[in-house]
Design a protein around this ligand. Structure first.
Ligand code: N7H
Length: 487
């Protein structure tokens, strides 16, 4: 990729580590913050570093037939700044021009101020947040440290803490993240395989020789313009956002701590299944796994309901979970419900109902501008009634949701507001309802009768995912870090 030594390594390549810590930092003063950054910048991973490591790791794993190619290890760091943090570092406004409704306006306001827009009210209210809320210590920078092993992470963190203290910075909050272990590896706390569908990036990921719009070896994974994720790179559909030149090769960083009530969610699935059976709305043999898969759009293994409507299928050992999903032919959501998480957050080819009722978003390629690069990881221990205190129902656990995108409003906020939280997306005669897995309390429309179809029924769903902290930050290029440090 052009400029791969400029773009921070987590944005396009992805750290892909099992142990992660986010240090949310408060600056003491400008001099200290600049001094800290001037030393830190030499430890920041670039896209080239991370991509080379990930390629070597994949090769080693391939050659060792699925085993962990131990020996290949690295510790990666990335850094991003909130609007307040940049203002302090620069000693003035980071963006001279802040048009209404622009990504720079969302960034300048931060997520707590945009709580109403983002559905962060009620249980999600920033008054209860652990970081980023009005009552919390100000966050100026987010330092991400990621490692293969927890000992390596601890050693790196000890060094980072020394540097932080030495330059008069304070840790406002520490957020850990770790891949779940054993059978749960690669899955999030509700039990589903995550991280399957990611956008591929033009100039970075290799196109398939036969289907150049898709990534090689990953059928169904569209290649999207780099400018959707990295500021200042070409985009296909969006107008330039007129960000200042110093932001080129950087990316907006969304961090959200999303708590998951695992037993609550599964209990609700069981309750809903009972109610659906009483109404004769689902087959007698339907199980909680069957219903849960329809709320997500994939089974626990990641197998898409669109292709395996009746039961989960385990992929061949070493095979990647299937991302070659089409909703063409299932516009009414009879197989994969329209309220399922994956249809809400990436509707793919499932939008056009008929020629007259064409949704503008269904125009070829326009959805590419809504994709986000997800870099989330679970936090907390799994729910396990047979385990210790950390495995109990009230122990903290959830998804540390992280995404990178070139435009906060057109990408993250659009997906969250206009798709996840809105009952009218996709637009149909009967409202579809909110996202059936991560939405707030509300009613969704659930299909009956399978592919042949009966009338959909309404399900009242409660809320089992809660926002517990959130920040908007910006991850600058390596040379912008140098300029910020030198002042
Ligand atoms: Fe979602 N989950 O683990 O159950 N997500 N998500 N997400 N999500 C996806 O395809 C989950 C959240 C997206 O291209 C899968 O990788 C949970 C937010 C997008 O087909 C699973 C939470 C937003 C995709 C989950 C959560 C998104 C996606 C299927 C919160 C954006 C790709 C596996 C606690 C605002 C869709 C996969 C595609 C997939 C889970 C939140 C976005 C299993 C638990 C807040 C774009």
């Amino acid at each position: 990729l052009r400029r791969s030594t400029e773009i921070q390594g987590d944005i396009l390549a992805g750290f892909r580590k099992d142990h992660v810590r986010l240090l949310l930092l408060t600056f003491g003063n400008q001099r200290g913050a600049r001094g800290w950054l001037d030393r830190l910048r030499h430890r920041i991973a670039t896209t080239r570093d991370v991509a080379a490591f990930n390629a070597a790791f994949s090769r080693a794993r391939h050659n060792s037939a699925g085993d962990d190619p131990s020996g290949l290890r690295s510790v990666w760091r990335s850094v991003s700044f909130t609007h307040d943090g940049l203002t302090l570092l620069i000693g003035g406004a980071p963006c001279a021009d802040v048009p209404r409704g622009s990504t720079q306006e969302a960034f300048a306001q931060g997520m707590a101020k945009r709580a109403e827009l983002l559905g962060d009210t009620g249980q999600n209210d920033p008054a209860h947040w652990l970081f980023g809320g009005r009552r919390n210590a100000p966050v100026h920078a987010v330092l991400t440290v990621a490692a293969d092993r927890s000992e390596e992470l601890s050693a790196a963190l000890a060094h980072e803490r020394e540097e932080i203290a030495r330059h008069g910075l304070a840790v406002a909050f520490e957020q850990n993240g770790a891949t779940l272990e054993g059978e749960r590896r690669g899955k999030e706390h509700f039990g589903f395989k995550d991280g399957i569908s990611q956008p591929a990036v033009a100039g970075f990921d290799e196109p398939d020789p036969e289907h150049p719009e898709h990534q090689r070896g990953k059928p169904g994974t569209r290649i999207i313009a780099a400018g959707e994720f990295v500021v200042g790179h070409p985009t296909d559909h969006r107008l330039p956002s007129w960000l200042p030149e110093w932001m080129n090769d950087g990316s907006f960083h969304v961090v959200r701590r999303l708590a998951q009530d695992v037993p609550g969610w599964w209990a609700q699935v069981a309750d809903q299944l009972r109610a659906l059976k009483e109404r004769g709305a689902v087959p007698e043999e339907a199980t909680t796994e069957w219903l849960a898969a329809r709320l997500v759009g994939r089974w626990r293994s990641g197998a898409p309901v669109a292709k395996s409507p009746d039961a989960d299928v385990t992929a061949a050992p070493g095979a990647e979970p299937d991302n070659d999903i089409s909703f063409d032919g299932d516009f009414e959501g009879r197989v994969t419900p329209l309220c399922s998480h994956i249809r809400k957050v990436n509707p793919r080819d499932g939008l056009t109902v008929d020629a007259e009722a064409q949704e503008p978003l269904a125009l070829k390629g326009a959805l590419d501008g809504r994709r986000i690069m997800r870099r989330g990881i679970p936090y907390g221990l799994p729910f396990d009634p047979a385990g210790g205190a950390g495995n109990g129902p009230d122990a903290p656990r959830g998804l540390l949701f992280v995404s990178y995108q070139a435009d906060l409003i057109a990408q993250f906020e659009f997906v969250q507001r206009t798709w996840v939280d809105s009952g009218d997306f996709p637009s149909r005669e009967k409202p579809v309802g909110r996202d059936a897995m991560i939405g707030r309390e509300g009613v969704v429309s659930f299909p009956t009768g399978g592919a042949e179809g009966g009338d959909p029924v309404e399900l009242s769903l409660r809320q089992f995912v809660r926002t517990e902290g959130a920040v908007y930050a910006f991850a600058p290029s390596l040379s912008a870090l140098e300029r910020l440090a030198k002042g």
